[in-house]
Design a protein around this ligand. Structure first.
Ligand code: PAF
Length: 286
């Protein structure tokens, strides 16, 4: 019996993906893509559920993309378990196909192209992970071209990534409507992330402070406290809560992520902070 008889089918190469997509297109069905690196949790399922509302067919891609990890990051130990991811999608009934390509499907021998995004990619994450958005933009562009979806779902948890991918799709005429999906949170407000699995019990308690600090920075900015002051208070509050290092707490324009001289319109507060070697990011609307 083939592995595809029991559960959500898996396409392990571009050929399998394209055959499924071609078949759906012939039937006039719309397709949504949920790009992931696996280690699926309720946040990913929220993306897939949103996909279901917009399209008749949902493809969940699972690929741990080496190009977005720096040499000192966790590429080697990033959790990988295709069968448990498949069971999660099967139980939720939220995927029609898993696309789990090999590295050669994304980066064939001699691969020499990189996509560099400016605009929303400037600053914030890029100041600390210089390679990151080029790696994300390159793999996402490839996934879009391989799958040619009508929609692609991205979590607001990675807010800067969402804006970068939206820019990418517009700028390269990829024709994919990039949909942002609200962050799913634990009961103390911690944003779900595959990397939360790395947190020990004490670190987990500290981690819960991040979203509360973001709420208080947003509230201070709305109350008319100057943006640099609200940001500095937020960074100090994270250190008091037990974070070892704050990479940034920043109130930015919600659409361009440009610096704001003052809080006047739609804004977003974004933060990245570290507990030991672990780096957490989160954001909230202001
Ligand atoms: O957000 C992620 O999981 C990854 O950055 C993505 C979008 C799947 C690209 O590898």
């Amino acid at each position: 019996m083939s592995e595809n008889n029991l559960s959500v089918p898996i396409a392990r190469d571009i050929g399998g993906l394209r055959a499924a997509v071609r078949n759906w297109r012939r039937q006039g069905l719309r397709i949504a893509l949920v790009p992931t690196m696996g280690a699926l949790h309720a946040g990913h399922l929220a993306l897939a559920q949103e996909a279901r509302k917009r399209a008749e067919r949902t493809v969940v891609s699972i690929f741990v993309n080496p190009a977005q990890f720096a040499p000192n990051e966790d590429f080697a130990r990033y959790p990988r378990n295709l069968e448990s991811d498949r069971a999660i999608l099967q139980n939720a009934g939220s995927a029609d196909l898993i696309y789990a390509p090999g590295a050669a499907d994304l980066y064939p021998d001699g691969f020499a192209t990189r996509i560099v995004v400016d605009g929303p990619a400037r600053g914030l994450e890029s100041d600390f992970r210089g390679h990151f958005f080029t790696g994300v933009a390159t793999v996402v562009a490839k996934l879009f071209v391989q799958c040619r979806p009508d929609f692609a779902m991205f979590g607001e948890k990675d807010y800067q990534q969402l804006l970068v991918v939206r820019r990418l799709s517009i700028d390269l005429d990829l024709g994919v409507d990039v949909i942002g999906v609200p962050t799913v949170r634990e009961s103390d407000g911690l944003a779900l992330s595959s990397r939360n699995a790395y947190l020990g019990p004490e670190q987990r308690t500290i981690a819960g402070a991040l979203n509360r600090v973001l709420d208080s920075v947003a509230e201070r900015a709305r109350a008319g406290v100057s943006i640099p002051q609200a940001e500095a208070e937020g960074a100090a509050a994270l250190i008091s809560a037990g974070f070892d290092r704050v990479d940034y707490v920043a109130v930015r324009d919600a659409w361009s992520l440009a610096h704001l001289p003052a809080f006047t319109g739609p804004a977003r507060v974004l933060a990245a902070a570290r507990i030991g070697n672990l780096r957490l990011i989160d954001n909230k609307p202001v």
